[in-house]
Write a protein that binds this ligand. Structure first.
Ligand code: AHR
Length: 504
């Protein structure tokens, strides 16, 4: 029996709904086919956006979407993607598959997609190959209300009213595909470019995100902050961090998304758990500059990265998603919750048909991946308060180097007072009993959902419902209704599963 201690009297921070954000890049079949099919498609759509996908994203309450990249962002010139579609420039997507990008999905289409989903907007600007003027004009085009050259152009293109840009990224991976810069150089550029990401009166202020580190590049974090941190917090609201889980840790042979054994399972989960070290160590550097934690850590690319599905374009990064990915998602989402004092947004890569997608499409067909179902369960935490909790665990696994805790958890309380526990069982062999001890809490009801299946199970276009959530009846309250020193809830969590328990 493992004990989970929960103290509802100790709130530890707000769980921004943005912790469950996503990312959509002009890469492979994410934007085109996955999200946008055009108004004339036979696939049901509203203004070109696939209705099936939009409905699924609304159901999981997608809170924020990052666009247009990724590496694509630093060679994207936004003016190519506005105005009549027939006159928009065609270009080669040099980063991703060398295919023709016809720019039929641009700023207006992205804003329309976010409107339909009801999510916040996170635009990533171009520092690597774009000018300050170009970035400044894009912000003016999107957000200025009144008479100005860019606001007039927006109106001419059919959108009189400005949009809300919630987040703006000043470059992406500028240590790599975004210009191969040194941190000091990027830091100076950041100071300059961000100056022109203006907040025009009347709009929600834009939160500015600086390009942060690749995984354990702590030097980058330190030098960028040294170069451009200012105490008044005028320059920066967030700093990004990118970390992908590769089962092998080797970019040349990442491993299959579906064909893996038990060793691969624990290696993958163990490498996922490295996220905790990254948050702590980058967080410690941020603390030196920003002890009051005004700058958010924005983990705007995370997730599994495998070899592409056999027979698909290597530049399209199309992979399947299994129960292993479900556990990866649960581990990361619980970690983001637990570190919500510093982590303010996270965006899994990517939304549809690319890397650890929540949705896969093939023509008119659509599949919700196990990762989708985890997000759908974790939405209970959106805008709730993190509760103090700690869980006894054991270390399990096959190889010493890749041992993992058997369980992962986080607990929150929503505005209606309901308590939400999300638990993952990382074991492939053992079910566990968890005794949840809640201090001085009267509870009268418990309900839950569970996602569980075999270790390699996935949803396919022929069998889209192999891995789906079901009602969970493995939890019971001892002495419902009474307030005692510790109210107890007993949970039986099967191997290889993720559950959500709601207590009221
Ligand atoms: O998500 C795929 C790519 O991974 C992004 O374009 C880039 O930012 C990262 O290297």
């Amino acid at each position: 029996m493992y004990k989970l201690y929960v103290n509802p009297k100790r709130k530890k921070g707000h769980l921004n709904r943005e912790l469950q954000g996503n990312f959509s890049e002009h890469l492979g079949r994410c934007i085109y086919e996955g999200l946008y099919v055009g108004e004339n498609s036979d696939i049901p759509n509203i203004n070109g956006m696939r209705t099936d996908v939009v409905e699924a994203l609304k159901e999981m309450k997608l809170p924020v979407l990052r666009w247009p990249g990724g590496c694509f962002a630093d060679e994207y010139h936004w003016k190519d993607g506005i105005g009549p579609k027939e006159t928009r420039k065609k270009m080669i997507n040099t980063h991703w598959g060398g295919v023709v990008e016809d720019n039929s999905f641009g700023t207006h289409e992205f804003m329309e997609l976010c409107r339909q989903i009801g999510c916040k907007t996170y635009i990533n600007g171009n520092v690597g190959s774009g000018t300050v003027q170009e970035m400044s004009e894009w912000v003016e085009y999107m957000t200025f209300k009144g008479v100005s050259p860019m606001a007039n152009l927006r109106a001419k293109n059919g959108h009189e009213e400005p949009w809300t840009v919630d987040y703006f990224g000043v470059g992406n991976e500028n240590w790599g595909c975004g210009g191969n810069m040194r941190p000091e150089y990027y830091g100076d550029l950041y100071r300059r470019y961000q100056t022109y990401v203006r907040n025009y009166g009347g709009n929600t202020p834009i939160k500015k995100i600086a390009c942060g580190a690749n995984a354990q590049d702590y030097h980058w974090t330190e030098k960028v902050l040294e170069t451009c941190f200012d105490h008044a917090g005028r320059m920066m609201d967030g700093m990004s961090l990118h970390y992908y889980t590769l089962p092998t840790g080797d970019w040349n042979h990442k491993g299959s998304s579906t064909d893996y054994d038990e060793k691969d399972w624990y290696r993958t989960l163990s490498r996922t758990l490295f996220m905790e070290t990254l948050i702590k160590r980058h967080g410690a550097i941020m603390d030196q500059f920003d002890p009051d934690k005004k700058i958010g850590m924005i983990i705007d690319e995370w997730g599994t990265w495998y070899d592409v599905e056999p027979g698909t374009n290597p530049g399209f990064l199309y992979q399947q998603s299994t129960m292993r990915d479900a556990l990866v998602a649960a581990i990361n989402l619980n970690l983001f919750n637990k570190n919500c004092d510093r982590v303010k947004m996270a965006n899994i890569a990517q939304l549809v048909n690319v890397l650890q997608s929540v949705i896969l499409t093939e023509g008119p067909k659509m599949v919700k991946t196990p990762t989708y179902h985890v997000f759908n369960m974790f939405k209970c935490h959106q805008d709730a308060e993190l509760l103090d909790s700690s869980l006894e665990t054991d270390r399990i696994g096959i190889e010493d180097e890749f041992k993992v805790p058997n369980l992962t958890e986080s607990v929150s309380q929503d505005k209606d007072g309901k308590i939400h526990i999300t638990l993952g069982n990382l074991s492939l062999s053992d079910d566990y009993e968890v005794e949840v001890l809640l201090t001085e809490t009267a509870l009268s009801s418990v309900k839950g959902r569970i996602l569980t299946a075999g270790k390699n199970d996935r949803n396919t276009f022929d069998n889209p419902e192999t891995v789906v959530t079901k009602d969970f009846d493995g939890a019971r309250i001892e002495n419902p209704g009474s307030v005692r020193e510790n109210t107890k809830v007993y949970v039986k969590i099967p191997k290889c599963s993720v559950i959500h328990i709601e207590l009221a």
